[in-house]
Design a protein around this ligand. Structure first.
Ligand SMILES: [Zn+2]
Ligand SMILES: [Zn+2]
Ligand SMILES: [Zn+2]
Length: 371
């Protein structure tokens, strides 16, 4: 491919004239953030009138929905009621924290259906609604499975996870994500940040010989990050080359003074050796990225529908299905902490790294997904 053009904003070489995809996504987001209250109202009204188009991916409904949800936190109960009325159950995020009347109708529809597909969709919607009554219903269905359960791959407690929570055998709620979200933004040279992405280490990976990286280093004592309840430094360490080829997520233990102890890992392949595809310039661009923690929090779904933003807390943009890791030490579900889009720190590298944490054991997990 001939790369004779350049993105006018960031200078990336392109095979076409115009903005690169990342600058384009950023521009779209900035446009949405500038919508006036009247414009938001108009989009909401249009969505209510055309709610059926949402499940058919019609435009502008589909894009409007995600923009309203992710960047403006502006999905109202009226939109939720309209969706229910029209039997629109996709995307299930519509029903995030929906009011009681909507929740009751979702429960009634779920208990009535004999269809496994509909049951799956309705369970996801209820998971997004997420209150105690939703939990009670999913728990009841877990204990007394309906005939449709056999045709679904996973149990109701796994469906609950898409709403950022689940429950144990006794029906106790377990929260799987944090109720605050911060994005990483481009900072100026030398700007202080309590979160650093991609710090190259001295030691090498036992599988590929490439450099190990502290891919995510966070100081939980920063005022903005108090919601995490981590009273010190959290370090997530992995080999960026191998993390996508491991049989399990990569794990390490961290100490609050900045220490890290990497757990041994195994590759999918029986041979425990891997080629290193990382080039020197990849390590360099990773180490030199200018991301800093944003000054202010953003809506919880801010990073849930884009591939160009790194976020801490809130909801992830799962490339495949949501995936909450079990803590290898205590066996409890880990909590989703952050996502890093590889392409934001190394040009042309696809996929997302999801970082989860067990605060009790001071263990982090890292796993990779891509299309
Ligand atoms: Zn660009
Ligand atoms: Zn490696
Ligand atoms: Zn644990």
């Amino acid at each position: 491919m001939c790369l004779k053009y350049h993105c006018p904003i960031c200078g990336t070489s392109l095979g076409y004239e115009g903005l690169c995809w990342k600058c384009k996504a950023e521009k779209n987001r900035q446009d949405v953030l500038k919508w006036t209250p009247e414009q938001v109202k108009q989009k909401q009204e249009y969505l209510i009138q055309n709610i059926k188009g949402l499940e058919d991916f019609n435009e502008p409904e589909y894009t409007d929905f995600w923009n309203l949800l992710c960047y403006r936190d502006a999905i109202t109960s009226e939109i939720q009621r309209a969706a229910l009325e029209a039997k629109v159950f996709y995307p299930n995020e519509i029903y995030y924290h929906a009011p009681e009347d909507v929740r009751n109708a979702l429960i009634a529809a779920l208990l009535e259906t004999n269809d496994s597909g509909a049951a799956g969709e309705l369970m996801s919607c209820l998971a997004m609604q997420g209150d105690d009554k939703a939990l009670e219903t999913l728990l009841e269905l877990e204990r007394n499975p309906r005939p449709w359960r056999k045709r679904l791959y996973v149990a109701p407690s796994i469906y609950a996870q898409c709403g950022g929570w689940t429950f144990d055998k006794d029906g106790h709620r377990i929260q799987l994500n944090f109720d605050t979200c911060y994005p990483m933004v481009k900072g100026t040279a030398g700007e202080e940040t309590p979160v650093k992405i991609g710090r190259i280490r001295e030691d090498s990976c036992p599988h590929c010989g490439g450099k190990m990286v502290d891919i995510f280093v966070l100081n939980g004592r920063d005022e903005r990050l108090k919601f995490l309840g981590i009273d010190g430094i959290l370090t997530a360490t992995c080999c960026p080359n191998c993390v996508g080829f491991l049989e399990c997520p990569a794990y390490n233990r961290f100490t609050l003074d900045g220490g890290t102890e990497v757990f041994p890992s195994k590759l999918f392949d029986d041979e425990d050796k891997m080629e290193c595809y990382m080039r020197l310039e990849d390590y360099k661009s990773m180490a030199e990225n200018s991301f800093v923690l944003a000054k202010n929090p953003v809506p919880l779904f801010y990073g849930a529908d884009c591939e160009d933003v790194n976020t801490i807390g809130g909801f992830a943009n799962w490339v495949q299905d949501w995936e909450y890791t079990t803590c290898p030490v205590c066996g409890k579900p880990m909590k989703y902490l952050a996502q890093i889009q590889w392409d934001t720190i190394m040009d042309g590298i696809e996929g997302t790294l999801y970082i989860e944490v067990c605060s009790d054991c001071k263990v982090v997990s890292m796993h990779h997904q891509q299309t």
